[in-house]
Design a protein around this ligand. Structure first.
Ligand code: UDX
Length: 434
């Protein structure tokens, strides 16, 4: 199959590289000529484990290429994937679809022969209808089918998620289009590896939002149970195991922490609420999840202040981990941002480290001492706070930590240390939900 991937950002690059690895012919397109030039020079603009090798080997095999010429790529393609950004629109929280609709128009002008147009971007219910309308209006003679095929990639594990998905969701009412999609995904579902779930286009659009909202709910649920655990003297990790082994609940996404962040959950939960509002079907559970999670991030700042003795004015606090999760440089909606601001508002000086996120963090945080080295951050601090569970922070020498800290306080917002070990090292240990 010949595939054009419109948008060479996170989703486009990972999907394009993986499709080419299956043996398809893939051209990744982007408006940003400097990005295309960089990709053609072998540079990968994002941090995702394994992506550089995957891109290099498929470029070498001549199955993967990059261009700024959308029309040429579309003319040759059997399937055109739209993988452009759908950020939250400033002010009202609706998904901004201007990139997706702009792409639809450009694609329409270049269509040549029956082509499947696939929405991979996370888009609200009804976007497929609008894309179809735009294409028909722009190019009334075009033969095409518009399909929804949401992605479920986690940053840091995106290639594995793409190659071994729990399921592939395809939304279309067009049999010819479905045939093309089955052909594209054949390497994944052949032999019953990953089920192909075919449904209506609107159903597929909503599935993506419902899935992310459910996962955000699961995390928020265990976070609130963690608060209760702290009050009643239970350990949330035991509760998570105790309920998670029930197959109906499942053990994943039950790690209590400082609240979810990232490029998907915060944006998608809010966009779902907007859709719910428009269609007058309130989603009260998701409303509560969004509110609870927002409050939680700042509450974590207050937790650190309390752990440090109630007053951090003029004191240094060490933040270990800035990105919203490990193995990414992504700072979008990271809990670290709200925690650091709350501490700064209380008068603390922040020394923060992260293995990959410092460059991005500099863009969103002011007046922070950044370093790559946790020991430099910890030196002279009144408390060390683990915000992101990077492997590099999982086995720090706790005696050395106690010696370097001005006050022996470790706040572990990811539950990666053992209380006994921390206390044996002379630290006062605070965790989540235990
Ligand atoms: C998510 C979805 O998992 C993916 O399917 C979707 O397509 C995009 O959004 P991602 O945002 O990359 O992926 O990260 P994920 O691993 O899901 O974590 C999201 C946030 O939830 C992080 O801030 C993480 O720390 C938090 N989280 C996750 C928890 O606090 N506890 C958990 O048990 C799991």
């Amino acid at each position: 199959m010949r595939i054009a991937m419109i948008g060479s950002g996170y989703v486009g690059l990972v999907s394009g590289a993986c499709f080419s690895d299956f043996g398809h012919d893939v051209v990744c397109v982007d408006k940003d000529e400097s990005k295309i030039a960089a990709l053609n020079a072998g540079e990968i603009p994002i941090f995702e484990p394994g992506l550089d090798h995957l891109v290099a080997s498929n470029v070498k095999a001549k199955r993967l290429s990059f261009t700024a010429d959308l029309a040429a790529a579309v003319r040759e393609a059997d399937a055109v994937f739209i993988a452009v950004g759908t950020p939250s629109r400033r002010g009202d929280g609706y998904a901004d679809l201007s990139y997706a609709y702009g792409a639809a128009q450009e694609i329409a002008e270049a269509l040549d022969g029956f082509t499947v147009i696939v929405n991979k971007s996370t888009v609200p219910v009804g976007t497929g209808d609008e894309v179809e309308r735009i294409i028909r209006e722009t190019n009334p003679k075009a033969e095409f089918a518009v399909i929804s095929n949401p992605e479920f990639l986690r940053e840091g594990a995106a290639i594995a998620d793409f190659k071994h998905p729990d399921r592939i969701v395809i939304g279309s009412e067009d049999e010819r289009g479905l045939e093309v999609m089955r052909e594209i995904y054949r390497p994944l579902f052949l032999g019953g590896k990953s089920p192909l779930v075919e449904m209506s286009r609107r159903g597929a659009e909503l599935t993506k939002y419902a899935g992310n909202a459910f996962l955000a709910t699961k995390i928020t649920f265990i976070n609130e149970i963690a608060d209760l655990c702290e009050k009643v003297g239970a350990d949330v990790r035991e509760i998570a195991r105790g309920i998670g082994l029930d197959n109906r609940i499942g053990s994943k996404f039950l790690n209590a922490g400082p609240g979810y962040g990232g490029s998907c959950f915060p944006k998608d939960t809010i966009a779902l609420l907007k859709t719910a509002q428009d269609f007058e079907a309130p989603q009260r559970i998701v409303e509560a999840v969004v509110a609870v999670n927002d409050n939680r991030k700042r509450a974590m700042g207050r937790k650190v202040i309390a752990a440090a003795g109630g007053d951090v004015r003029g004191k240094r606090v060490a933040i270990l981990g800035l990105t919203f999760k490990p193995n990414t440089d992504d700072m979008r909606d990271s809990p670290s941002i709200a925690i650091i601001r709350a501490l700064q508002d209380a008068g603390a000086t922040i020394a923060a480290c992260d293995p990959e996120g410092v460059d991005q963090a500099r863009k969103v945080l002011d007046d922070v001492i950044f370093t790559d080295d946790p020991w430099e951050a910890i030196e002279g601090a009144t408390a060390a706070v683990i915000v992101t569970e990077w492997d590099a922070y999982r086995a720090l020498d706790l005696r050395r930590m106690r010696e370097r800290l001005a006050q022996p306080v470790l706040v572990d917002l990811r539950n990666i240390y053992d209380r006994g070990a921390a206390e044996a090292a002379g630290l006062v240990y605070h965790a989540i939900g235990r």
